[in-house]
Design a protein around this ligand. Structure first.
Ligand code: SF4
Ligand code: SF4
Length: 430
């Protein structure tokens, strides 16, 4: 019964999102995105609909745990759907465990959302706190159709196939990371009420891959900050040994070791084959995700979720290829191909970054060499880069090259005025 209610809630959320977009629009309530809390509130002191949603989720989590994630997150629902579909197809992906489950979502949260917006607020302090529920509009921070669809495909489906249960929530989600702290303090938790037979059902069925049986038998409760209060474990326990119960914070037994990374988990023989530990390979896993993620982040219009979703999947392939492909030549070829793609895009990103930086400093010779490299290697044509190259060649007196880039910029963005203006200036020189 509880799970039917939860599924109804997850389906209902999808309809509410559609109703917000297509029926109500953003006249009264604008973007309801978690990142609003950082982009609007932390940065400018603006309380908008998204910021209120985050504050509400934070307070609810302090009482009920990450209820929002288990009962109301559209992205969590997509991953549960993905798991269900794979099972229907007879595929049960192995759920991967790694220390990164604890630390990497926190890194995404701090590096991309908290730190830059906090730094902005510190350098340009708020003029006061204001309320603006209709701003920004719904799609302000959301990707377009192609990148949005790819993000759903990679982070909603592929990541479940390659990393197991709720791979995105566990390895990447910064909003889940934001709720980890209140979740560790939550008053309602799944608790051991006695009679556990160590059957392992709760661990097998937990939608987010927590070793429930280990935690309730060793800590007396589920302390894992990824617990989404979905209650699949309590409903499925054949011995009724666990219950979702309230304990006053005054009586709660808080111990730091309950929240640490524990490598003794997932050892119960009945569940061991459903999980794979990557702990011994984390030293390689972490730098690979960072290198792969930063090499492609922002290219082709990709956001952090898509870039790092691809990075996590690619990194897992590299570090587990030995188990999957016995033939060493094929294995090396695949690893080589992944690295060529990543290094190629890393050079593009470096060239764009340096090209724009040198351009800002009026160091045209260096900027031209970096940006020329970028436009030659980047499979996507970017009008802005050709426009900047055209401006720089004009300044350095290389009129033919200036003209070629200005025409290219105009062909890419025929409706923009800037290439037309540049062409007029170049023609005036001749
Ligand atoms: S499902 Fe119940 S009996 Fe089985 S391991 Fe979990 S808590 Fe123990
Ligand atoms: S531990 Fe239980 S309540 Fe928490 S996510 Fe897993 S199944 Fe759901």
């Amino acid at each position: 019964m509880i799970q039917k209610l939860r599924i109804a809630s997850l389906i209902g959320i999808q309809f509410l999102i559609l109703a917000h977009i297509y029926i109500f629009g953003d006249e009264i309530i604008g973007s309801l995105d978690f990142q609003e809390f950082f982009h609007a509130f932390v940065k400018y002191g603006i309380i908008n609909a998204g910021a209120i949603l985050v504050i509400l989720a934070f307070v609810i989590t302090l009482i009920f745990g990450r209820f929002f994630c288990g009962w109301a997150c559209h992205f969590g629902a997509v991953q549960e759907l993905s798991w269900w579909l794979l099972k229907k197809m007879g595929i049960t992906p192995t759920t991967l465990n790694s220390s990164l489950v604890t630390i990497f979502p926190l890194f995404i949260l701090l590096n991309f959302y908290l730190a830059p917006n906090l730094a902005h607020a510190l350098s340009s302090p708020w003029e006061g706190v204001s309320i603006s529920l209709g701003m920004p509009e719904i799609w302000a921070f959301l990707p377009g159709f192609v990148i949005g669809t790819l993000t759903f495909l990679v982070d909603g489906f592929l990541i479940v196939y390659f990393l197991g249960r709720k791979g995105f929530c566990r390895f990447l989600c910064p909003w889940g990371a934001f709720l980890k702290l209140p979740n560790s303090l939550a008053m309602f938790k799944v608790r051991n009420i006695g009679g556990c037979q160590n059957c392992g059902n709760c661990t097998s069925e937990c939608p987010i891959g927590i070793d429930v049986s280990y935690e309730i038998n060793n800590y007396g409760k589920v302390t894992n900050t990824n617990c989404t209060s979905c209650l699949v474990c309590t409903e499925g326990c054949p011995s009724s040994a666990i219950s979702y119960k309230w304990v006053s914070p005054m009586n709660e037994n808080f111990q730091l070791k309950h929240y640490g990374i524990n490598r003794d988990m997932f050892k119960l023989s009945k569940i061991a084959d459903k999980f794979q530990s990557l702990h011994s390979r984390d030293f390689l896993f972490l730098p690979l995700i960072l290198i792969f993620g930063f090499a492609i982040d922002g290219l082709y219009g990709m956001g952090h979720f898509l870039s790092f979703g691809i990075a996590v999947i690619a990194s897992v392939q590299v570090i587990t290829l030995k188990e999957k492909i016995q033939h060493s030549k094929v294995r090396n070829l695949m690893i080589g191909m992944i690295f060529i793609v990543i290094i190629w895009h890393g050079v593009i990103k470096f060239s764009i970054w340096q090209g724009l930086e040198q351009f800002e400093k009026n160091k045209y010779s260096s900027a031209i060499s970096h940006l020329e490299r970028a436009v030659k290697m980047y499979p996507k044509s970017i009008g802005r880069f050709h426009l900047i190259l055209g401006q720089m060649y004009m300044e350095t007196g290389e009129v033919e090259k200036a003209m070629a880039h200005a025409i290219r910029a105009q062909n890419i963005n025929p409706k923009h005025d800037a290439p037309v203006e540049l062409l007029k200036k170049i023609n005036a020189l001749e």
